[in-house]
Each structure stands twice: as structure tokens, then as C-alpha cells.
Write a protein that binds this ligand. Structure first.
Ligand SMILES: [Zn+2]
Length: 466
């Protein structure tokens, strides 16, 4: 029989199994308030975005200054989302983390083993009884950076999409105008005009639908569109869970406990099934329990809770802690440091884009990439037929691609895989074709060298755009 539990709220961090429950003494009141305020604020932003979008769409304005202004308005809204989270999330992480330590503490305090043997040296040799919940500024800081990194990534995507769709809107209005002028001058017939207009409208509506913006959905993840506020909710819930788990994890470390247990509410989620209700060893050094491969949340919106587990056989029978602690930790010191560096690096590059591709003298262009330009069905037409490159002059192609590094970076893109540096420039080629190319370089992380990714014809700047 499935256990009825109420653990859907991110400010609650109670631990349920089929036969028992541990109530978190920290009721999460502050966390609930802060979460509710932030989500209410996000709903307001979503409304503003939709309103701005309607204004832009209904304006029928054609001058580019107007559209640049609209673009700026959206950009400012996205920036305000970032700064709002930046100012609120530290406190939310802190309260969530504290809840994790509270739950872990309660697990200790309510344990029969602890009550019976709290003065027994065999137990005290193995674990320290911490007397109260705590926070850890280092962990809180990395949770903040990490969350802001995800948010930045989503906001950049939304902004790019918005800009694209604003361009299409303006362009459609301009074309509309041209058609009207043509018919006024008698250059085209009315029925041709109507057909053209209908096509134009269809294209436009399709572009809106594809972008997901027509009904206010701005964020695209794995091909699905989300409203900004519902994306924010998923992000908040998942990250709060992570902060709570980090609290349990740190509590386990501080108290010298190696075993943890995953809650059980008869999940229907396949991903969580194999963990549910089971006991794991953090270090992997237990011969009785398997190593914990992953901390909760196991997936976005996951409701599972982990707390420390006190196993009397383990304590008095044999040592479950032999072997290195902590290499499986989702938030090991090393990983924390990495996350922090990555996010800071991305923020810096975004705020102050470099003039040229960084470390460009050491940039790498791989042989397979060059071959790809000459053999891929979409690329070979340009690089082989039109530019006149071939397998016999690969060196020349490489030099030409490399020479783009002498040009200034026109755009910096923050992506999940690293930072992309875009250079728009023509390149030298046997047929002296001087068309503009968009050449993409990537750095996976701060210390890696830039790599050539791809080159394609630069998109033509349309009439009326900057
Ligand atoms: Zn789950």
C-alpha cells in the first residue's frame, strides 16, 4: 500500500519511509516565506514579459529605433531577474542548508542507538554527537554560484530568442509595407498581393509558434518551451533540495557518519526507484552497503530526501568507514571549487567580453573538423565548390581559419558546454570569394585552450536592423 505523504513543498524536509517518519524540527518558515516571495515576484516578471510582448506586437511600428528600445526593455527585465535572484538566493540556500543539518540532527537525537549508547566509548569513537544545526559559508557560496550559473544560462537563451523574434516581427511589418506600396503603384495585382500577404502572415505565425513566445513561453530546454516563472519554480525547488541535501552531507562529515538512507514514498519515477528506501555508504568503504553514487535530487523536482543512518551492527560489529571518504560526494571540495571557478569565469567573460579569442596563439584546429568542412553535405558546397579548398590544400584551409583569430570577437555566448567566441570575418581562399563567415571557437573551461568548432556563412543583416 502506498504511503500517503505530504512532502511536495520545498520548504519541508521531513523524512518518510513506509514504516516510520522523522519530522524536521526546523519547520522551514523563513524558507517558505522567501520562496513564496521570490516565486510571486517571478510571476510578476512573467506578466511583464507577456505585456511587453503584446505592446511590441501590436505597435505596428517599423522604425528600428523602436525595436532596439523594445529589445532593451526585455534585456532589462532579464537582468532584473538575475539581480533579484542574486540578492535573495544566498539566504534561501542558507535556510535550506540549515534544514538539512536539522533533519540529520533529529535523526541522531531520535535514534534508539544514540539514546541507549550515548556514553559508550565504542559509539563515541566512531561518531561525534554535534549539538546543533549549523551553516557552512563555503558550501552556501558555491550553491549560490551554481544556481546563478544555471539561471544565467537560461536567461541568455531567452534573451537571444526574444531578440530573434523581435527581428522577425519588425521584418514582417516592413515586408507588409512594401507589398502595400507595390500594389498602390500598380506593380502587383491584388490577388498576388493577397496570396503574398497570407504567406507572410503564415510565416510569421509559424515563427512565433516555433519560438514558443506567442503564449509567453521564453525558455527552451531540450526542445521544450517553458514560461520563465515555471522554469524558475523548477530551478528553485531543485536547488533548495540540493542545499538541504548538502546540509545532511556536511552534517554526516562533521559527525563522522558514513551511512545514509533514502526516503520512500513508493515513487513512480523510474530514476528514483533503485534508490528508494535503501541504505548507502558515502565513502563506499562499507562491506555491507553499496556506495552512494548520487545525492538527491535525483532529477528536477525530485521529492526524495536523504538523511544519515545509524546502523548498530555497523557500529559495534565492524568498521564501515574504512577506505577513503568522500570521493563520491556530489559536493566534494574539489567539485565545489570547480563549479565556483566555472561560474565566475562565465560571468566575467559575459560582463567584460574579451577583444580577441583568449589564448588565440594556442588555439586548436583538429584535422577531423577540417575534413568535416570539406565532406559534410551542408558545408562542402561552400568550402569546396565555392571557396576552392580541397583535401590537397588542407594546410591552406587551416591557415585561413586560423587567420580569423586576428579579428575581433563579435559575440560571446555562454553555453552549457563552455564559452563560445564568435568571429565574423571573410577568410582567404583560392577563389578569392570575400563573403562574410561566422567562425565559432569554444573554450570548455577557464584553463582549457580554445578549439575551432565550425564556420558558416554569416547571416545577412536585414534592412532596418542595426
Ligand atoms: Zn525522486
Amino acid at each position: 500500500m502506498p504511503t500517503e505523504v505530504d512532502e511536495g513543498n520545498p520548504w519541508e524536509y521531513n523524512f518518510y519511509t513506509k514504516d516510520s517518519q522523522i519530522k524536521n524540527p526546523d519547520k522551514g518558515v523563513r524558507l517558505k516565506e522567501e520562496y513564496t516571495l521570490l516565486m510571486r515576484w517571478m510571476k510578476g516578471i512573467q506578466k511583464s514579459l507577456e505585456k511587453e510582448w503584446r505592446i511590441a506586437f501590436n505597435s505596428r511600428k517599423k522604425d528600428s529605433a523602436y525595436w532596439e528600445e523594445r529589445s532593451k526593455t526585455f534585456s532589462n527585465l532579464y537582468e532584473s531577474v538575475f539581480s533579484e535572484w542574486e540578492s535573495r538566493w544566498e539566504s534561501i540556500s542558507k535556510n535550506a542548508f540549515k534544514q538539512g543539518t536539522s533533519l540529520a540532527h533529529e535523526t541522531f537525537a531520535s535514534s534508539q542507538v544514540i539514546r541507549d549508547f550515548k556514553n559508550d566509548s565504542r559509539l563515541l569513537n566512531k561518531m561525534t554527537l554535534l549539538d546543533r544545526p549549523f551553516t557552512d559559508p563555503k558550501v552556501i557560496d558555491s550553491l549560490l554560484r551554481d544556481t546563478l550559473g544555471y539561471l544565467r544560462y537560461a536567461l541568455d537563451g531567452a534573451e537571444e530568442k526574444t531578440t530573434k523574434i523581435l527581428r522577425i516581427t519588425q521584418q514582417t511589418l516592413l515586408e507588409d509595407d512594401k507589398l502595400n506600396q507595390s500594389i498602390a503603384k500598380g506593380l502587383i495585382e491584388k490577388n498576388t498581393w493577397e496570396a503574398a500577404k497570407e504567406n507572410l502572415q503564415k510565416d510569421f505565425e509559424k515563427a512565433l509558434k516555433d519560438s514558443g513566445i506567442s503564449d509567453g513561453k521564453f525558455i527552451e530546454i531540450n526542445g521544450r518551451n517553458y514560461h520563465l516563472d515555471s522554469y524558475a519554480e523548477t530551478l528553485a525547488r531543485t536547488r533548495i533540495r540540493e542545499a538541504q541535501t548538502a546540509g545532511v552531507q556536511r552534517y554526516a562529515e562533521e559527525s563522522g557518519q558514513d551511512l545514509v538512507r533514502v526516503s520512500d514514498h513508493s515513487t513512480l519515477t523510474e530514476k528514483c526507484e533503485k534508490f528508494e528506501g535503501k541504505i548507502f555508504s558515502i565513502s563506499g568503504g562499507s562491506s555491507k552497503y553499496p556506495k552512494l553514487e548520487m545525492w538527491t535530487p535525483f532529477h528536477p523536482n525530485c521529492l526524495h530526501v536523504i538523511t544519515v543512518y545509524i546502523d548498530v551492527v555497523s557500529i559495534f560489529g565492524y568498521d564501515p568507514y574504512n577506505g577513503a571518504r568522500n570521493s563520491s560526494s556530489a559536493l566534494s571540495d574539489l567539485r565545489r571549487e570547480e563549479l565556483r571557478e566555472q561560474v565566475e569565469w562565465m560571468e566575467n567573460e559575459r560582463k567584460k567580453p574579451p577583444e580577441f579569442v583568449p589564448d588565440r596563439s594556442k588555439a586548436n584546429i583538429s584535422q577531423p573538423k577540417l575534413n568535416y568542412l570539406l565532406t559534410d553535405s551542408g558545408k562542402s558546397g561552400l568550402f569546396k565548390n565555392e571557396f576552392g579548398f580541397s583535401e590537397n590544400n588542407l594546410g591552406e584551409l587551416e591557415d585561413s581559419i586560423r587567420s580569423s583569430l586576428e579579428k575581433k570577437v563579435s559575440k560571446v555566448l555562454i553555453t552549457e558546454d563552455g564559452i563560445k567566441y564568435i568571429v565574423d570575418t571573410p577568410i582567404r581562399n583560392p577563389n578569392n570569394d570575400n563573403r562574410m563567415l561566422t567562425i565559432v571557437w569554444i573554450k570548455d573551461n577557464k584553463s582549457s585552450l580554445p578549439r575551432f568548432i565550425t564556420a558558416r556563412p554569416a547571416k545577412k543583416k536585414k534592412e532596418g536592423n542595426q
